[in-house]
Design a protein around this ligand. Structure first.
Ligand code: SF4
Ligand code: SF4
Length: 436
């Protein structure tokens, strides 16, 4: 029987829009707007000035604390350093006007690197969790950190998104080699790739490749197609049977979980010396003329991507654009935002693909609690939040919420449960900060 977890939902997956779109490379735009915050943590400090000439792959942002460096994604001149909107707020951007040159800075490829050399290269190339979390990968894979198992999230359970699916199919060798480099870095003696069983072609390809190469330390495990199967604790349980308690890090159990694109980037950094200045993203949904999977230069404006994909679908225009998937993504307020290391998807939802229902009173049906993968009681967290009782929200486990959206998805009263829980979490965080 396929591994899975308790709770979760089966939303409309919408993968058909882009799953057969081979990865293509979008030509670099004339101008890129590179955000200095592309990872969890503080924004980078710019180390270039207006008027400087830069080359693709050159470091232009230096990390502050536990961050990751940021690189020029095209060759050209820095024309401005200014605050601009992002998908989640605002931050400083370095704006580069291209000069049409196609040069790039590459580091020396490493043939047989030590664990420390791999980890140093991952840090130097600015690799972060490409699934959206943006946590600097080097700190997760430090040698001697007690990691015994590396789990790769190949579930790609978020509806519509297919970039990881395409990477596993089209870059099988580089992806698996990236997984092996990550294992060597952190000292894991077992690698597990968890893939939802709706990607049977990927499972077959990966199994055939690891068998052909006799990589006996790598397991490819099919897991049930269910959202949010790719969430860390849920994937760990589905692939190993281990239950990691709420509030406990998987590293305490000797496990590190990473993303498919991150593994590919580790390969590119170590074996090809390529810093992280571009990524594969899915552009999809009924509201875009030509859905695609694309290599996109960091700092490319959403509106340039829309234009490259043939513009919006005039016969069925989008009513909502989302950065990420429909369950956990953020609504795009401004097409002048630019993509980052963690932009896995731009989703163009049409009227028929969006819920516009008005919330009504909770009917205490407990459906939300039944699907919560963290076994929380979302209705009580919301009730406390609406009453301003953040102690109560904390008591009901608001801080353990994944913000997966399963509860809101099944709520017959269309309660905005995730919105309330996010509010409780941010209030609790602010209070913790105030109290030192
Ligand atoms: S309470 Fe949080 S973790 Fe539970 S279903 Fe809702 S969003 Fe997901
Ligand atoms: S699913 Fe909606 S209506 Fe039912 S208990 Fe939860 S919040 Fe209330």
């Amino acid at each position: 029987m396929l591994g899975t977890f308790r709770g979760g939902i089966h939303p409309y997956y919408g993968k058909e829009f882009s799953k057969d779109c081979l990865i293509e490379t979008m030509p670099a735009p004339q101008t890129v707007y590179i955000p200095l915050l592309q990872h969890a943590g503080k924004p980078c400090e710019p180390i270039v000035q207006v008027g400087d000439e830069v080359v693709r792959g050159q470091t232009i942002g230096k990390p502050v604390g536990n961050g990751a460096p940021i690189f020029a994604s095209i060759c050209g001149t820095v024309v401005a350093i200014e605050s601009r909107p992002t998908a989640t707020g605002r931050c400083q951007h370095i704006i580069i006007n291209g000069n049409g040159k196609n040069d790039s800075i590459r580091l020396q490829p490493l043939d047989n690197p030590t664990p420390q050399e791999i980890d140093d290269r991952i840090a130097e190339c600015g690799i972060v969790g490409m699934g959206g979390a943006g946590f600097p990968t080097a700190s997760k894979l430090k040698p001697g950190g007690g990691i015994q198992r590396l789990i790769i999230n190949g579930a790609e359970c978020e509806p519509y998104i297919t970039c990881d699916y395409r990477i596993m199919l089209e870059y099988t060798e580089k992806f698996i080699d990236g997984v092996r480099l990550m294992m060597r870095s952190c000292g894991a003696n077992e690698g597990i790739i968890g893939v939802e069983d709706n990607k049977s072609d990927v499972i077959a390809d990966l199994l055939a490749y690891v068998k052909e190469k006799n990589f006996t330390d790598i397991k490819v495990i099919g897991v049930a197609t269910k959202y949010p199967q790719g969430s860390d604790k849920q994937l760990i349980y589905a692939t190993t049977g281990l239950k990691i308690p709420k509030g406990v890090r998987s590293s305490s159990y000797g496990i590190a979980v990473n993303n498919v694109h991150t593994a590919l980037d580790v390969y590119l950094a170590v074996k090809e010396g390529q810093p992280c200045y571009s990524r594969v993203m899915t552009v999809t949904g009924g509201g875009i003329a030509n859905p695609k999977n694309l290599w996109v230069s960091s700092g490319t404006l959403y509106k340039d991507i829309i234009e490259y994909c043939g513009g919006i679908n005039q016969n069925n225009p989008p009513v909502k654009i989302v950065n990420g998937g429909p369950m956990m993504g953020k609504t795009v307020m401004n097409e002048d935002c630019s993509c980052t290391k963690t932009t896995s998807c731009l989703l163009f939802l049409t009227k028929d693909q969006c819920s516009t229902a008005t919330p009504t009173a909770c009917i205490s049906c407990a459906s939300c609690a039944g699907v919560c993968p963290m076994h929380l009681m979302p209705m009580y967290i919301e009730e406390c939040t609406l009453a301003g009782d953040y102690d109560g929200a904390e008591k009901y486990g608001a801080n353990y919420c994944l913000e997966c959206g399963c509860c809101a998805y099944v709520c017959p009263a269309h309660r905005q449960l995730v919105h309330s829980i996010r509010k409780a979490k941010s209030q609790l965080k602010a209070r913790e900060k105030r109290n030192g």
